[in-house]
Design a protein around this ligand. Structure first.
Ligand code: KG4
Ligand code: ZN
Length: 354
């Protein structure tokens, strides 16, 4: 367990997350989450992906009611807040700007410190929410719509990326597969749902990438040709031999098994790299985080590998896997304790590594 005995108590953080298509606010006191409110923007479903301009507009509409709801649920007044946190990077720049400007305005009006949080660090620290939390050092596989990283974490404010994707993220692999199957955005949760009704009877190639990095773009191409050949022997030939109707019929009749097979391959790619990272670092506290950590196949595979290899495994509660402000709040809490505040001229950034 993390030793919190020497940490300052009674620190209340109000946090805002607006990096993509969820407008979220949370209140955290002394490392405990008192509220976690999320408004999911449904408008993007009809476009098959997030439309940046629509996301910014929806954030502007949602942010006041969402922050109000978070304070109310926490039974917390504005005056009780000690610090205002927001997601600074990475994300859609217009979306980030809405949260950043709102947080800055509150910080000025309330004369409270401002805490800028890196979204991917926050995903990792979602593992510090709750009672069963990992000891340092730990490894975290962060798998989201835009990122796939293995992070080595030595303290709440010290972490480094030791492996990452060289092309698509794991979430993108799920979402792009879903699109090929004609499923709506975001397709990850739907593939997960159908996979639970099927068997992994189809085999997809595992990319040969050295070290701890990942690659998912080849898998996407393999799935494209697999479907374009209706699962026949031509699977890896880069030509489409069946008609659109035959392809559609194949998908309809085999949807659950296709989803189970794709999910199985994505999960095995992720777990194999984690095994390598544990071997290289000797760290056996292993966490997962990010939207794809909500995947039932990945959660099961991590627990199984943990039991088999003697790892201590940690998985955030579902509500802290996909984008949320509780993870921003917990990260800001630890930054607050180390006086890591931002000046009012801090700017959001669409891309930022750590
Ligand atoms: O972390 P997140 O909410 O947002 C980003 O920071 O990107 O991750 C979103 C990603 C999407 O690609 C979504 O399809 C995927 O997480 N996702 C899932 C599941 N739930 C969300 N992928 C597979 N299985 C799930 N159950
Ligand atoms: Zn995220």
């Amino acid at each position: 367990m993390l030793d919190v005995s020497n940490l300052k108590s009674s620190v209340t953080i109000l946090a805002i997350e607006s990096s993509c298509d969820e407008t979220a606010a949370a209140v955290c006191r002394d490392g405990k989450i008192l509220s976690n409110i999320i408004a999911t923007q449904k408008i993007h479903e009809q476009y098959g992906g997030v439309v940046p301009e629509l996301a910014s507009r929806a954030h502007m509409e949602n942010i006041v009611p969402v922050v109000d709801a978070a304070l109310k649920k926490a039974s917390c007044s504005m005056n009780e807040v000690d610090g205002i946190a927001f997601t600074q990077a990475p994300g859609l720049i217009g979306a980030l700007l809405v949260g950043a400007q709102f947080a800055k305005s509150l910080a000025i009006a309330l004369d409270k410190p401002l805490i800028a949080v890196h979204h991917m660090q926050a995903h990792v620290l979602a593992n510090l929410i709750g009672d069963d939390i990992p000891q340092f050092p730990f490894l975290c596989l962060t798998v989201s719509g835009g990122h796939t990283q293995i992070v080595q974490c030595t303290s709440p404010t010290q972490m480094k990326v030791i492996g990452e994707t060289i092309d698509d993220a794991a979430g993108e692999a799920f979402d792009k597969t879903a699109k090929l199957l004609g499923l709506p955005y975001p397709g990850g949760p739907l593939i997960d749902k159908y996979a639970q009704q099927g068997q992994a009877i189809y085999s997809f190639p595992e990319p040969r990438i050295e070290g701890l990095n990942f690659s998912f773009s080849g898998l996407k191409t393999a799935i494209l040709y697999f479907l374009g050949n209706a699962g026949t022997a031509n699977v890896y030939k880069q030509e489409l031999t069946v008609t659109t109707e035959q392809r559609q019929k194949f998908i309809e009749e085999n949807l659950a098994d296709i989803c189970a097979s794709v999910q199985d391959r994505i999960v095995s790619i992720l777990i194999n790299k984690l095994k390598k990272a544990v071997f290289q670092t000797g760290i056996i506290n292993v966490c997962i985080a990010g939207g794809v950590s909500a995947n039932s196949g990945l959660r099961k595979a991590l627990l199984k590998e943990g039991l088999h290899s003697g790892w201590k495994t940690f998985i955030p509660a579902f509500e802290y896997c996909t984008d949320n402000a509780a993870m921003i709040a917990i990260t800001a809490y630890y930054k607050f304790l180390e006086n890591q505040f931002s000046t009012i001229d801090v700017v959001p950034s669409a891309k930022a590594s750590f």
